[in-house]
Design a protein around this ligand. Structure first.
Ligand code: ADP
Length: 250
């Protein structure tokens, strides 16, 4: 589904991504691991259109998507989760979901000016969809809570929920398990597995928690010093000498 070919991203003379090549298979939950500073986040940002690569290509379904801005990638179903921005923290959980832009922004604006009835109808449909998403994620009891009052883990679920308001095909998750308690981590893991199995989402996730990775991800790709060091099942990765060395070296 996604092919990254010999990708480089340099910051001045520093090579944060230094010739990374990898594939993300359609229907997989691919883990991306590696020591701090390995270039994982930079790679994500290049794929998601947040950063321009120095060189190399990113393909989606064979189409060159290198350097496309996030909204074009969004329209193709490539999404990356983002932390709930500060300005949205005083809005409710349901409202946060309803804020996710659809693909027909122009039409919505037209309706807003000329057809208030249609706007009300659209809002009802969005609210219904938001409630379905919250139920799926088992946080429907939080619909009217202000987003700013959620725990870290609940916020992560809301971030995941935002990808469900649009027709996502591949979702990039950046440390969705960081700082989350075990119970919520299981809920997040269940949601990811169900989205993968029931809705056909492909995932690529940066994660540090090896148990969490082991439960969800196949394959696991290891990055070190801006390149792909190894790829395989979690057991293979854990037993790989080069991988162990890369982690110990930091
Ligand atoms: P990881 O996510 O694997 O920890 P990052 O992609 O965040 O790695 O960072 C890789 C390296 O690139 C780090 O050494 C980091 O300091 C450097 N880096 C990341 N972003 C920038 C930037 N905007 N300017 C300069 N250096 C950066």
């Amino acid at each position: 589904m996604i092919v990254v070919e010999d990708l480089h991203k340099h910051f001045g003379g520093f090579h944060a991504v230094d010739g990374a090549s990898l594939e993300i298979r359609e229907g997989s939950i691919t883990g991306l691991v590696g020591p701090n500073g390995a270039g994982k986040t930079t790679l994500f940002n290049v794929i998601a259109g947040v950063l321009e690569p120095t060189s190399g290509r990113v393909l989606m379904g064979g189409e060159d998507i290198t350097g496309l801005p996030p909204h074009d990638l969004f329209a193709k179903g490539l999404l990356r989760t983002f932390q709930i921005a500060h300005e949205f923290s005083s809005m409710t959980v349901r409202e946060n979901l309803m804020m996710v832009p659809g693909n027909q922004a122009g039409e919505t604006l037209w309706n807003a000016w000329f057809n208030r009835g249609a706007v009300a109808q659209e809002e009802r449909e969005l609210a219904k969809k938001a409630d379905e998403v919250l139920e799926f994620l088992t946080i429907d009891h939080l619909a009217d809570e202000k987003a700013g009052n959620l725990s870290g883990g609940q916020k992560k679920l809301l971030e995941l929920g935002r990808t469900m308001m649009v027709d996502a095909r591949i979702v990039f998750l950046d440390e969705v398990g960081a700082g989350v308690n075990r119970t919520l981590l299981n809920t997040i893991g269940d949601a990811i597995l169900r989205l993968n199995k029931e809705r056909g989402y492909t995932f690529c996730m940066i994660e540090h928690d090896m148990d969490f990775i082991g439960r969800l991800c196949d394959p696991v790709i290891v990055m070190a010093e801006g390149r792909v060091l190894a790829e395989g099942k979690i057991e293979e990765i854990k037993a790989n000498e080069q991988v162990i060395e890369a982690y110990l070296g930091t």
